[in-house]
Design a protein around this ligand. Sequence first.
Ligand code: 0X9
Ligand code: ZN
Length: 698
Amino acid sequence: MARPSRLIPLTFAVSALIACGAAPVVSALPLPTPTAFPVQLVTVDTPTRQHKALLQTLGLDLTEHAGHDYVEVVLHRAADAEALRAAGLTHTVRIPDLTRREAENNRTNATFAAANATTALPSGRNAYRTLAEFNADMAALAADHPTLVKQITLNRRSLDGREVKGVEIGRNVTAAEDGRPVFVMLGVHHAREWPSGEHAMEFAVDLAKGYGDDPRITALLDQARVVVVPVVNVDGFHLSRTDGALIDLREADGGGTASILGTPGNAYKRKNCRVIDGQNTPDGTCAAASATSPGGYGIGTDLNRNYGGFWGGPGASDLGADPTYRGAGPFSEPETENVRELVSSRQVTTLITNHTFSNLVLRPNGVAPDTIGQDGLPVGNAPDEEGMKALGARMTAQNGYSNQHGWELYDTTGTTEDWSYNATGGFGYTFEIGPDEFHPPFPKVIDEYLGAGAYAGKGNREAYLIALENAVDRATHSVVTGKAPAGATLRLRKTFATPTWSSSVSDTLDTTMVVGPTGRYTWHVNPSTRPVVQSRQIRTLAGEPTKSETTTGTTAPLASTDTEFVVDRPASVMEVRLDWVTPDDFDLEVYRKAADGTLTLVGSSGNLPGEKERVLLQDPAQATYVLRVLNYAAVSPTWTITASLFDATTSMTGGLVEAWTLTCERAGRVLQTIPVVVERGQQVKADLRTCATAWSKG
Ligand code: 0X9
Ligand code: ZN
């Protein structure tokens, strides 16, 4: 076994705590029964990517709360803590008993609601909504604003038989599609992440109330349609939201009755209600099925690993009981299929999917650029990296979150924007709302939405508005214009193969608009060429190193040996390879040595026994490096270490051009079909004279 954290000083744990401003939660409540393992939130030290990679193999319930040297993890059972220990990963407990924390939060929420009949939120709400309240609020919003807000029901019911609802907001919303760009906001893919639905819903209320009153909102809703689906995972959310109350009951009972204590909490459930792959869950049975599988475990597919984009790749599990179970196949779940069909039937130029927690705005890709994809080439950065990073920065200036790539936390594949961005080209972001809890006391939800402290008056409200402004900004999408018969239906269609990790899935985008009475149309659309086939820059190492040194040595059991290597010239990559003959267990660590002799760990490799070790450093600073060989075997084996410097050449790969198929239709009859190639930021005119001629002939 590798023991990657052996040399990690305790200060890592301490600095991780300071870095995220977390304070240990102290509670005066009675402890749960001593035999029960209290569900805990812990900070695991991961000073290198190898540590993160190792942590990901353990099947634990990782949160997205992670930094360069730590990942927060929910431990559900004693075996989870043991798995960390066996892997040699150290951790610090952050919330020693999540169940008790839940009870505290419930009590805080009840006190807050009792003391504040209304709040500064657009809706004035003072407490988390239940699923029924989300649905009722959406119905009320549509009823109150009949020409601005319309209720929508997504195509598929959930596994437990529920409808999945949303609202569409925009000027004259009930009229036919008229070519406006669409902004999509999603919440609650993960059951326990309640604020993600609250913020989506509050934004919908904000927009509806602001129309006709706030000039900025009015202009935006004149130019765009906004689709908000606050709760994607309706079954999981309902369980989580109602189980929170169950725990409260136990608390009120002064320690709990046997029956209530015997009901495992689903307040921290993550996944959906899939019990058996390929089989529907009999309606109304999810609660019973989940009763033995609280938290991230047991039944369910992780909806944020089930999308088609790179489905089946790193950062997702193929084991049904794991928190990041990717499901039986891409889009195997009705909830992800719902979002797929929603996004495939409209021109969604910007999408935000909300989660909790960590104060992050994440953008594609979900895996690091040097990851080798199915084409055998590095995945690289998204072709729209520059634009998406810039918009991310403008949003994080409002909420104080960190603007970063998804992979900078940990690898993921099959996430919402892995698919939506790569299939449609619409900018896609994950918001991780709030600093430190999946569903914190409600006042925190208000602060994150409206902004507090240095961000007062900004917050996610302002970040979302900026995203909506991006959705209508011609510079970041494409425009097709021209003349066509008034009343004609125009259709843009595209069918293609979306790459999964090792195969592909067929996607069809099919969107329409109806030409207005002037006969002139302007259609805001996504670029015709998908990001995933666009040209991208990759770095290839030169075959021969510019410098290389090899050393051979022997290291006694449980000892280490240092050698030095000097980087004395500019280089793109420094590679250190450790090799040995016997199937023994070595680890390799690479340190940079400062002028005063202090060492900074810059890379490490702790593979499983028998695997050779390799460390790669990008653009290594010119300095002396210490290469440390650690022997975990019972014998004194001989090893060979080779350190080399390489130059890299930059080249472009890919570079396909794709077209939309534009048809002009009358009552379902196609009068003209033409291909349309349009780039991001470009406006093209489509010539539909043939359609006009055919139309005039009737
Ligand atoms: O793991 C996830 O699905 C997200 N974190 S959470 O705790 N809310 O479950 C993070 C996903 C990050 N990566 C991408 N969206 N690409
Ligand atoms: Zn989430």
